[in-house]
Design a protein around this ligand. Structure first.
Ligand SMILES: [Zn+2]
Length: 360
């Protein structure tokens, strides 16, 4: 069934339609509609829409990514406002402007998370954690991306704590641990999770003192390339709340400036990597997906604390329509030559939720 479109029409003529559109650009919405409205009836039916998706979701080597029939139907129904199973020209205008154009010409930002001395060779050296990974190994592949890929904007986040920060184990005596805490103040060791009295009650994992503002440990690794016009985002600056995500602190009390900066840039796609995979990188990717961004986690540019938690992070990303890629795949994706169905599906579902919010 899913391949019905292959036999009914000669799709070979149009399979590179979006590649030609991407490089030459002198095509328009009507040209696209006409190219795929094979029977010329003024509507795109499911088969014709499937052909669009086959031309849309391919990589730079011409490999066509498969799209489950259920997902194809889901996407079509987002744009089929009149619910007649067909896309007319008016419906296609919305599809073209809000979906196709963003897939073929995404606005991609790169977010390098916490590549700081303390996580690599300082007080919170992740190589001493259970996964035994070496944080310094992310520097080279990140630099290569910065040198070879034209991102719209590059952000570097920094864990940036005041000396009295709640996450430091040596600050434990400064606050009261609640009776419901799984470990008492006396028993608590580094990496344990306690519950502080607050109010409000607050769960907190205890870390060695790290990334203290203006210290060597808080500096970005000396070999990390800092590109011109990049933006630094500081997090964890409130002594009372920790902040794993680059978007918000763990209590969502305050946001960083990242949200507004992304809106200003009209960003569609966020590439995330850095340290630590299963802590700040994972929390940031989860938030990026929750906010609605097409989110790409770069596996070989990230190192983490715990192997099981790294697996959990990957599952969270993929089960929310994000993708995990190798850095070698990034350039073609940023240039719109490698177009992933997961990200197309994610964008369609976002459009659906935006439209249903509007109609309320
Ligand atoms: Zn921290």
């Amino acid at each position: 069934m899913a391949n019905g479109a292959d036999t009914r029409y000669d799709v070979s003529a149009d399979i590179d339609w979006f590649d030609r559109y991407n490089t030459k650009g002198n095509f328009d919405m009507d040209a696209c509609f006409n190219a795929f409205d094979k029977d010329g009836d003024g509507y795109l039916n499911l088969n014709e829409f499937h052909t669009i998706c086959r031309a849309l979701f391919r990589n730079d080597k011409g490999k066509i990514y498969s799209l489950e029939p259920k997902k194809l139907q889901d996407i079509l129904s987002v744009f089929d406002k009149k619910k007649d199973g067909l896309i007319d020209r008016e419906e296609f205008a919305f599809c073209w402007n809000n979906w196709i154009k963003k897939i073929v010409r995404p606005v991609s930002v790169f977010l390098v998370v916490d590549v700081q001395n303390d996580f690599i060779s300082g007080t919170l050296n992740i190589s001493q954690c259970s996964a035994r990974q070496n944080g310094a190994e992310v520097v080279e592949p990140i630099n290569k991306l910065l040198e070879t890929v034209k991102f719209d904007t590059v952000f570097y986040s920094l864990d940036w704590h005041p000396s009295d920060h709640v996450s430091f184990i040596d600050n434990l005596p400064q606050r009261k641990v609640h009776s419901s805490s799984p470990v008492s103040a006396e028993e608590a060791r580094t990496y344990d999770t306690v519950i502080f009295e607050g109010p409000p009650l607050m769960k907190q994992r205890l870390w060695p003192r790290h990334c203290v503002q203006d210290s060597w440990g808080a500096e970005l690794h000396k070999d990390l390339k800092i590109v011109d016009n990049s933006i630094k985002i500081y997090k964890g600056t409130n002594p009372e709340v920790d902040s794993y995500s680059v978007f918000w602190d763990n209590k969502k009390l305050t946001d960083t400036t990242l949200v507004s900066q992304l809106q200003e840039k009209n960003a569609t796609d966020i590439y995330i990597c850095g340290l630590a995979y299963d802590v700040c990188v994972g929390a940031t990717a989860a938030d990026a997906l929750a906010i609605g961004y097409r989110t790409i986690l770069i596996d070989d540019c990230s190192r983490g604390v715990d192997l099981k938690d790294i697996e959990k992070t990957k599952n969270t990303v993929t089960s929310n329509n994000g993708v995990i890629v190798d850095s070698s795949q990034v350039k073609a994706m940023v240039e719109g030559r490698d177009r992933r169905p997961e990200l197309g599906y994610k964008l369609a579902m976002e459009l659906k939720s935006i439209m249903s919010d509007k109609s309320k």
